[in-house]
Design a protein around this ligand. Structure first.
Ligand code: TXA
Ligand code: MG
Length: 334
């Protein structure tokens, strides 16, 4: 896809929904209204589309995204609902509630969309346009708020256009988003934890659970409003391989695996335990789409260390390098 798609804006009707579903299937980026705020949608199962989405938002880091689905049955194919989660889903879906759940082993959502985590955020939106689009597309759609990184969430199609014109393919205009704030996020991994207050009141959630919601253990690292990774102490803050990473590698030592980038491999590549290339044509979108799955595969191959070739620090390279640096840092105490 070109770096600068012409952004079309269309009134929400049956034809627009069909066009939007087709665009998603082609790997495009579609902004659409939900009851909370406008989301920027991409095919959750298409790693390259997800990489383009991060690129369009201009995020310097990969934050995990919310997968939007039509109903609880579709949600169950992505994440495991415990008894609390099932009760909340029953009471509040469709609606402004996102559940963070253990990711199912055969979850079809791209690893980049969940930033390599073994948890997944899922939501069933309650807006006729979002629901029609999910039904027409027939598969999970990842959708962060449709704003540029660091800006506030958009509640109208005009807000989206102002932020993302020329960076996304299509905006479906369904009028102002009725709730106007993002969904409430509750993690159901253990005892339910409120990760982000939002459009569904805490008291309503507690009424259904029959008890108080645990607090977030730590503040989100507030790098950007509403966009910080929500990583309380008891949640894995980010994916980290067990094998040591050696960054900016210009050669490969005996016993190392190689995470390559670009067409030319470094000296000693032939003795690597295993070689995986993020993108042999030096395409940063492709590299982002491959990042977490390649790291995971090399981590599992039993090498003494993973040598990582330099990745240019431009476009999505910034987020890729951010993640590689975190993965290379000494393990945090969790
Ligand atoms: O109302 C909403 O939730 C809107 C509409 C479009 O659905 N979406 C939205 O997405 O606000 P976004 O990406 O702007 O915010 C999602 C938040 C981020 O702070 C992200 O870190 C967090 O959810 N998140 C996603 N997956 C997570 C996970 N597995 N664990 C913890 N936090 C997660
Ligand atoms: Mg947001």
């Amino acid at each position: 896809m070109t770096a600068e798609p012409a952004t079309r804006i269309v009134k929400a009707d049956a034809q627009a929904i069909r066009a939007a579903a087709r665009c998603l299937a082609d790997g495009g980026l579609v902004a659409f209204p939900t009851e909370t705020v406008y989301g920027l949608g991409a095919d959750a199962g298409n790693g390259q589309a997800v990489a383009r989405l991060y690129d369009a938002k201009g995020r310097p880091a990969f934050n995990p995204l919310i997968s939007h689905v039509s109903d609880a049955a579709a949600a169950r194919r992505l994440g495991r609902l415990d008894a609390d989660a099932a009760r909340l889903a029953e009471a509040f879906w469709p609606g402004p509630l996102t559940l963070v759940l253990p990711r199912m082993p055969d979850c079809p959502v791209a690893e980049l969309a969940t930033a390599g985590l073994d948890t997944i955020a899922i939501r069933v939106p309650d807006h006729p346009v979002a629901r029609d689009l999910l039904a027409a597309f027939g598969a999970p759609v990842v959708a962060p708020s449709a704003n540029r990184s660091g800006h506030v969430s958009p509640t109208t199609a005009q807000h989206v256009l102002a932020d993302l014109r020329g960076r996304i393919d299509l905006i479906v205009d369904g009028g102002p988003a009725p709730v106007g704030v993002e969904s409430t996020i509750v993690a159901c991994l253990d005892a339910p934890v409120l990760l982000r207050p939002g459009g569904l009141a805490r008291a309503e959630i507690e009424r259904v659970l029959g008890r108080a919601l645990a607090e977030r253990a730590v503040e989100a690292t507030a790098s950007e409003e509403g966009e910080a990774p929500l990583a309380p102490g008891q949640l894995a803050s980010h994916y980290a391989p067990r094998t040591r990473l050696r960054l900016d590698a210009r050669d490969v030592n005996a016993g190392e695996a190689l995470l390559a980038f670009g067409p030319a491999l470094p000296a000693g590549a032939e003795r690597a335990a295993r070689v995986l290339n993020l993108s042999s044509r030096s395409d940063l979108i492709e590299a982002a789409a491959n990042l977490f799955s390649h790291l995971r595969a090399l981590d599992a191959c039993g090498a003494a260390a993973i040598a990582v070739m330099p990745v240019p620090h431009e476009g999505l390279g910034e987020a890729i390098n951010d993640r590689l640096q975190r993965a290379a840092a000494p393990r945090e105490v969790r």
